[in-house]
Every structure is written in structure tokens, then in C-alpha cells.
Design a protein around this ligand. Structure first.
Ligand SMILES: Cc1cc2nc3c(=O)[nH]c(=O)nc-3n(C[C@H](O)[C@H](O)[C@H](O)COP(=O)(O)OP(=O)(O)OC[C@H]3O[C@@H](n4cnc5c(N)ncnc54)[C@H](O)[C@@H]3O)c2cc1C
Length: 378
């Protein structure tokens, strides 16, 4: 009988893993992807949606179109995992048994954890990015503040990228002179990666983007138009853009499979749950102290695919492990970008920003639908 492989989440990681497992295990595994919406969303596009360079409809596809025909798709919400009984309860009341379970549920943004933050703009959700574009379109002059309300958050360079793209956007509208852009970072530098922060900080200064370090957003007062940090500093704004706090999905928390913020503890190489032998996790869902990014989910997916396919076929665990590989682009505005590459053994490096990296990112964004989910890009 075929082994039941159940994958929670049809985002980047879950979709790549599903396609690779089904391909490798053939008839020896029956793969099911369970996803709340059945719609696959390309989140890196939210940056461009927020400044009117992308359309919402181009950033989503039916998950069914991205999966091999031998994979089953169930559109429902997982509400509880019973690791002892090896089953998952769904919102509809259905209970799905599994032999191997992959948690690829990503992260959730919780703006409600920021006191007074409900009215703040964000480009971290599709709806948020659409609303932000409307607000920016009506913006004529004043101070735009970009803040971060908690670490970890997905795509660490995104607030810096947004600051650069916003600078370009305001210049293209001829209102940059009447505007201020302030970037509030929770760290003593632009974002988590030190080498790349050193590279981009002079460019931020050159573009007139004011960087304030050690500013962990705690609360917002929409009446006075101010945002206050955990460290006790207050900054005024006319338009506020926040990266909301992140945590793991509720199903992880409710099932006792995660830490206090719902991140799944896994071995950083095998991506197996530290306590449960038949449970694996990838992407934003894990507690690995590495960038929460599509790139990480992508590289991790091929590792768990090998591990799960081997388990399904009754073969020994493969030697293939996740080595901490990350490869991300960072837009630096004016049609240029840089890249960030590192792994567990090699510190991050970033080349001087150049037009070719911007075009490489644009090409990746456009070809994504035909390459990444199918696991065609190694
Ligand atoms: C503005 C922005 C820019 C970004 N830019 C980049 C970039 O340039 N490069 C990069 O590498 N990354 C980027 N990212 C990050 C990247 O999008 C995420 O890290 C990546 O999507 C994580 O993949 P994942 O598979 O772990 O989760 P996701 O892709 O988020 O997928 C999770 C899936 O799980 C489903 N799900 C959740 N809960 C349940 C449940 N209870 N039951 C069933 N299904 C459930 C969801 O519906 C979703 O489909 C960016 C993100 C944002 C917001």
C-alpha cells in the first residue's frame, strides 16, 4: 500500500516538496497537499504592488495548476495535529491520517499585537499592499515612516528594499523634495545581515533616507501620528508603514508542536521535528535562526523531499541535508539591486549593486510560475 504523505500548506515550500516527493516516490507514496485557500500567492510581488508596479491578479494562481496530476489537493484548514494518532483534524470535521507529515504552513502576521497598530499600512499582505498603493497615490507631501514591529519577520531585506523603491516612486511623481522617508530598524544597522547593511547604508544616506537604529516598534498613536519604540523613542509620521509581528500558525500552537511563538523546532540539517520522527517542517514555519524567505523554503524543500520519499519507499535516510543556503535579491533603487548569499559555513556576501541584479530579480519574478513550484530550479 502507498505511504500517505500529507503536506500542510501549498505555499512555496509545500508545493515544491509535493511535486518532488510525488516524482521520486512514484506509486509508493500518495501525496496530498492541504491548503486553506487553494490559491498559491507569490509574496515577493507585494513590494511592487504597493508602488503600483504589479497587479494582484499576477501574484496568484490556483494551487491545482502547480501540482502534478498524481497529487491530491484538499482545500480546508488544518486545526489540530495529533502526533500520537498520526492524524490531522480539519475545520470541516474531516480527519486525515498520515504516515509522513510535512508542516509547510509559513508564518502569520499579527498586527493586533502592536498597540494602536490597526490603522498602520503594511506591504506584508496582499490587501495591505493594495491599500498602501491607494494611500501612496493620494500622498502629496510629509513624512513616511517605515518601521519593524518584531524579529523574526520574513524577507529581512524587504523594509530596506521598500525604502529604496519608495524613494524612486516619490521621485517619479516629482514629490520627493516635499517628502521625508524614515526607516526605523530594530538593530544597530539597516537589517539583520551585517555585511549587506554596511553596503546599503551609504546608499540610504545618499538618497536622503534617514535610518534610525535600535527602534523596535511597540505602539502607535494614530491621533497624534506618532510611533513609539520599546526603547522609549517616539517619531512622528504622516503615513506609517509597518512590518507586523510574525508568529507560527495557530494549528502549530494548538497542537503543541511549536515554541512559544509557534515556530516548529527542527534539526537544522535534516528538518525533522526534534520530538516526532514522522513530522518534518520547512520554510517560515521552522525555528531555525535563518532568514524566513522563499529561497530558504525552496532549498529546504528538496532536502525534505529526499528524506520523505526515502521514508515512503522504506529506504535509508539520504545523505542530502540542508546546509543553510540562502540566496536573496535586494533592490537598491534606480534600477539596481544586489544579492545576499550565505550558508551555515560561509558568512553573507553581497556584490556592489548593479543593473544586472535588478534584471535577474525581475526575470526570476516573471518566470517563477513555470519553474520554482514545479521544482525545476535546483
Ligand atoms: C513583501 C514580501 C517580500 C518578500 N520577498 C522575498 C524575496 O525577495 N525573496 C525570498 O526568498 N522571499 C521573499 N519573501 C518571503 C517569502 O514569500 C516567504 O518566506 C515564503 O513564502 C515562505 O514559504 P513557505 O512555504 O514557508 O510559506 P508560504 O509561502 O507563506 O505558504 C504557507 C501556506 O500554508 C497555508 N496554510 C497556513 N496555515 C494553514 C492551515 N492551518 N491549514 C492549511 N494550510 C495552511 C497558507 O494558505 C499558505 O498557502 C517576501 C515576503 C514578503 C511578505
Amino acid at each position: 500500500m502507498a505511504s500517505e504523505v500529507l503536506i500542510l500548506g501549498g505555499g512555496v515550500g509545500g508545493t515544491i516538496a509535493a511535486n518532488l516527493i510525488a516524482k521520486q516516490a512514484g506509486g509508493k507514496a500518495h501525496v496530498t497537499v492541504l491548503d486553506t485557500t487553494g490559491i498559491h500567492v507569490y509574496q515577493p510581488g507585494f513590494l511592487y504592488l504597493a508602488i503600483g508596479q504589479e497587479q494582484s491578479r499576477s501574484l496568484q494562481r490556483a494551487e491545482a495548476q502547480l501540482l502534478r496530476p498524481d497529487i491530491s489537493l484538499v482545500v480546508d484548514r488544518a486545526i489540530r495535529v495529533d502526533a500520537g494518532a498520526k492524524s490531522v483534524s480539519l475545520e470541516s470535521g474531516r480527519v486525515m491520517p498520515y504516515d509522513q507529515l510535512l508542516l509547510a504552513t509559513g508564518s502569520r502576521t499579527v498586527m493586533e499585537e502592536v498597540t494602536g497598530g490597526a490603522g498602520a499600512h503594511t506591504f506584508y499582505t496582499m490587501l495591505g499592499a493594495e491599500r498602501l498603493y491607494q494611500a501612496l497615490s493620494a500622498f502629496q507631501h510629509g513624512t513616511i515612516v517605515i518601521g519593524v514591529a518584531g524579529i523574526p519577520y520574513k524577507c529581512p531585506p524587504a523594509p530596506v528594499e521598500f525604502a529604496f523603491l519608495l524613494d524612486d516612486y516619490l521621485r517619479s511623481r516629482g514629490i520627493r523634495e516635499q517628502s521625508e522617508i524614515k526607516l526605523l530598524s530594530p538593530l544597530n544597522r539597516a537589517f539583520t545581515i551585517e555585511a549587506t547593511s554596511k553596503l546599503v547604508q551609504p546608499i540610504l544616506a545618499e538618497r536622503g533616507i534617514e535610518l534610525t537604529g535600535f527602534f523596535n516598534v511597540e505602539s502607535v498613536d494614530p491621533i497624534s501620528g506618532t510611533v513609539t519604540s520599546v526603547e522609549g523613542e517616539t517619531v512622528g509620521y504622516d503615513l506609517l508603514v509597518l512590518v507586523p509581528p510574525h508568529r507560527g500558525q495557530k494549528v502549530i500552537e494548538d497542537s503543541g508542536l511549536g515554541d512559544e511563538r509557534g515556530w516548529v523546532p527542527v534539526d537544522k540539517n535534516t528538518l525533522k521535528h526534534t520530538l516526532h520522527d514522522s513530522i518534518w517542517a520547512i520554510g517560515d514555519a521552522t525555528n531555525i535562526p535563518i532568514s524566513k524567505s522563499g529561497s530558504v523554503a525552496h532549498y529546504e524543500a528538496s532536502v525534505v523531499a529526499d528524506g520523505i520519499a526515502a521514508a515512503a519507499m522504506g529506504e535509508p535516510a539520504p545523505a542530502h541535508v540542508y546546509d543553510g543556503k540562502v540566496m536573496c535579491f535586494l533592490e537598491t533603487g534606480k534600477g539596481q539591486a544586489t544579492t545576499i548569499r550565505f550558508d551555515y559555513d560561509h558568512p553573507p556576501t553581497s556584490p556592489t549593486p548593479a543593473r544586472r541584479w535588478h534584471w535577474a530579480k525581475a526575470l526570476f519574478n516573471k518566470t517563477y510560475w513555470h519553474t520554482v513550484p514545479q521544482g525545476r530550479v535546483p
